[in-house]
Each structure stands twice: as structure tokens, then as C-alpha cells.
Design a protein around this ligand. Structure first.
Ligand SMILES: *Cc1c(COP(=O)(O)O)cnc(C)c1O
Length: 403
């Protein structure tokens, strides 16, 4: 009996990638084995964290590293660390800040979600005074210079590939902050180059343990030794309700070994085959354009499918929504689905999943499969992905979240 059968929930074919709401990474056997082994042991957490720090340095080239419970926890803990340093009285005082250095800056155009919560929530929960600089599409060196005074504890930078082109580049941002001795905290939860931030002089970088590293829910804060030290000490303060357990710490160590020793060529060849099989299944349908892509923010192969609803008679939005109601559920990267683009990430597909997904897509696009009447049918007011997410979450206990 599978675990889905035992508890009665649906299997998910995950073509979205390591999204936290889809249970993040599918954890491989060698990592699971180490997590399993530690669960039966007692340990001294500081000692396990010290071992993890060495491993994290090996991965990132940073001076030190600390394991946290997830990336958004890492963002809050890093923010707390720059406010308090290693001063225990200050650690215990948060979120009440009675000293002058209490501002944390961010470019307005980088105000994203720390996952599904807004980035300001994880900053403000420390008690920091949150300040946005620049405009949604632009931020200049003068904006940053003007904001950096003696009350600034840190500046936040988010590593993503979806921002407007005229925000400050990382190198410029770090250089100007360092001229004023202001540390830079970088949210790099989706980044797959683990050494570039230490090279760029970032003071604290946050990476995810359960995304591309492939472990269970966990995160890393890596960087300047004194600040990483202050991150660990938040266990005595506001870090407590988001503490990481021994399983998360060991997961990071095992995941780093796994990442550094993985066979990238073999993985890529397998994923390319799956992506081209899915593309092949719909290649003769007019109005469908497929491209295979890779990026700094995805080590896996992604299939980008653009659907012209005028030609196919069905929109990407409808297909995507209906696939989320099938058994097994099919989940995609739906970030651009309102613009007719569905992205399929190959990271967590097994042999044979490509045939299921290709077959289902073909049925929608040829009209053979009719989608169930949807919550957001064509006549409704168009909604966005967060509306859809909220509707599903809101019906989690009662009703039918799958519509
Ligand atoms: C996923 C993600 C987060 C949140 O990660 P969690 O581990 O789910 O808290 C924050 N920032 C970015 C850029 C992310 O991709």
C-alpha cells in the first residue's frame, strides 16, 4: 500500500519543481538514510550545527553557516542577527528595539513573496523598521546612497530572474552598502550557484535546503562568521518558534554531499528526454509552441508551453486549473499561466510520467477531454494565481478545494 492509499490523499505529479506547498523536494534515498539514522539519536544541537557550518562553507565558500528551518525563517533570523549581533540582552529584547540601528532597506522592485508570504512580514516581525527605496521599476545608486545613514542595520537583496531590468545590480548594491559599513542580506532561496554570493561579498546569504539541494524542509544562512554566529544565537530569542531540528540539520549536511557528487550529465539527459516526449505529444497541434529551457534559477530542464487559445479553443489557464483536479493531480509552474504559458519542470518526474502528462495535454488540446466546469470559467472576472491559491487553501478543511 502506498502512503497515499493508506491516508487517502491524491498522488501528485509535480512539474512545478521544489515548491514548498507541494512538499518541496522529493528526497533521495541517501539523504533519507541519514535523516532516518539521526532520528533515533540524541545529539548536542550546537555540535551538529558546528559540523553543518563546515559543510556549508564547503558548499558556499562562506566563512560559516547555520542551518535554519526554512528560507523564510532564515530571512527573519538574518534580519534579527544584524539588529542584535551577539548581544544577549538585545536578542532577548526583540521585537522591541531601543537602539538606533533599526532600519532594514530593500529596493521596492524586489518586494516579492518570501514564498507565499510578503517579504516585509518576515523583516517586520523582528521589530525592524522596514524601508523601501526606489520605485517599482527603477532604483538608482542615489536612492541607495541617500538611504544609508547611521540608523540602517542592513540592506536586503533578492536573487530572482523576474525583476525589472533597471534595479541595482548585486555588485553595485554590495559596494555602496559596504562603503557605509552596512551588511547585505541576500535571499537566494531559488539560486543554484552556491558560491557566487560569497564571491560578491554578500554578508549573509539564505539558501533553501528543500528546494534544489533536495533535502527535507530546512534552510541555510551562510556568510560572515560574526553574523552567522548571531543567527545561531537567535535560538535564545525570536528564532525559537522557528527552530530547526536535528533532522533538518542532518538533511542539510547529507544534501550538500549529494549536491556536490551528483551526476549532472546523466540527470540532464534523462530530463531532456522526458521534456521532449511531452513536447512531442502535442507537436502537431496548431497554436502550441514548446521550448526547452534551463536557467541559473533552475538546474533542471523546463518545458515552456505557449498556448494560443484562439487556435486551440482552450486556454492555458483552464488546462492548468483542470489538471489540478485530476487523479493523479498534475501541478505545473503556473507563474505565467495568465499569459498563456505553462512551464513544466522535469526535476521530480519519474519514467512514465511524461507519457501521462503528454497524453492528458493532448486530450485537452484536441478537445477530446473536456475540463470540469471551473471556478474561474471564461465568464468569470479573471483572477490571478494568488486568488486561486487562496480559494484552495480556504477550502482545505470543508468544501471541495479542487472545485
Ligand atoms: C521559496 C522561496 C522562499 C521561501 O522559502 P521557504 O523555505 O518555503 O520558506 C523565499 N524566497 C525565495 C526567493 C524563494 O524562492
Amino acid at each position: 500500500m502506498t502512503i497515499q492509499e493508506k491516508y487517502g490523499f491524491r498522488k501528485v505529479l509535480n512539474t512545478r519543481g521544489p515548491a514548498t506547498i507541494l512538499g518541496a523536494a522529493r528526497v533521495s534515498d541517501p539523504i533519507r538514510k541519514e535523516i532516518y539514522d539521526i532520528l533515533g539519536e540524541s545529539v548536542e544541537i550546537w555540535e551538529l550545527q558546528r559540523c553543518a557550518s563546515r559543510k556549508i562553507s564547503q558548499l558556499t565558500n562562506a566563512e560559516a553557516g547555520c542551518v535554519v528551518n526554512c528560507s523564510s525563517a532564515g530571512m527573519a533570523i538574518a534580519a534579527a542577527a544584524v539588529l542584535t549581533g551577539r548581544d544577549p540582552a538585545k536578542i532577548k529584547a526583540l521585537p522591541d528595539i531601543t537602539w538606533p540601528r533599526k532600519k532594514i532597506l530593500i529596493q521596492k522592485g524586489q518586494v516579492t513573496g518570501a514564498g507565499d508570504c510578503p517579504v516585509w512580514q518576515v523583516i517586520k516581525m523582528t521589530g525592524a523598521e522596514y524601508v523601501e527605496i526606489g520605485e517599482a521599476l527603477d532604483c538608482a545608486t542615489f536612492h541607495l546612497r541617500a538611504a544609508l545613514d547611521d540608523t540602517v542595520a542592513a540592506a536586503f537583496y533578492v536573487m530572482e530572474d523576474t525583476f525589472a531590468p533597471n534595479l541595482l545590480p548585486l555588485e553595485t548594491f554590495v559596494q555602496i552598502c559596504h562603503e557605509k559599513n552596512v551588511p547585505v542580506i541576500c535571499d537566494a532561496a531559488y539560486l543554484t550557484d552556491f558560491t557566487m554570493l560569497a564571491a560578491a561579498g554578500v554578508d549573509l546569504a539564505i539558501y533553501s535546503g528543500q528546494k534544489w539541494l533536495g533535502g527535507c524542509t530546512s534552510g541555510i544562512v551562510a556568510g560572515r562568521k560574526d553574523l552567522v554566529h548571531a543567527c545561531f544565537l537567535q535560538e535564545m530569542g525570536i528564532g525559537r518558534p522557528m527552530k530547526v531540528g536535528k533532522e533538518g540539520i542532518v538533511s542539510i549536511m547529507a544534501s550538500i554531499d549529494n549536491w556536490l557528487n551528483r551526476d549532472t550529465e546523466q540527470i540532464e539527459a534523462f530530463q531532456k528526454r522526458l521534456a521532449s516526449n511531452i513536447a512531442e505529444a502535442v507537436s502537431d497541434i496548431s497554436g502550441v509552441t514548446c521550448t526547452v529551457e534551463k536557467s541559473l534559477y533552475s538546474p533542471s530542464v523546463r518545458l515552456r508551453m505557449e498556448i494560443d487559445a484562439n487556435a486551440t479553443g482552450i486556454s492555458a489557464w483552464t488546462i492548468n486549473e483542470d489538471m489540478g483536479r485530476l487523479d493523479p493531480v498534475i501541478k505545473t509552474d503556473d507563474y505565467y499561466v495568465s499569459r498563456g504559458i505553462i512551464i513544466f519542470d522535469m526535476a521530480y518526474l519519474d519514467e512514465g510520467d511524461d507519457r501521462i502528462i503528454g497524453g492528458v495535454l493532448r486530450e485537452y488540446l484536441t478537445g477530446e477531454r473536456k475540463p470540469a466546469p471551473g471556478k474561474s470559467g471564461a465568464s468569470d472576472v479573471p483572477k490571478t494565481r494568488q486568488d486561486a491559491l487562496y480559494e484552495m487553501f480556504d477550502a482545505w478543511l470543508d468544501g471541495d478545494p479542487r472545485g
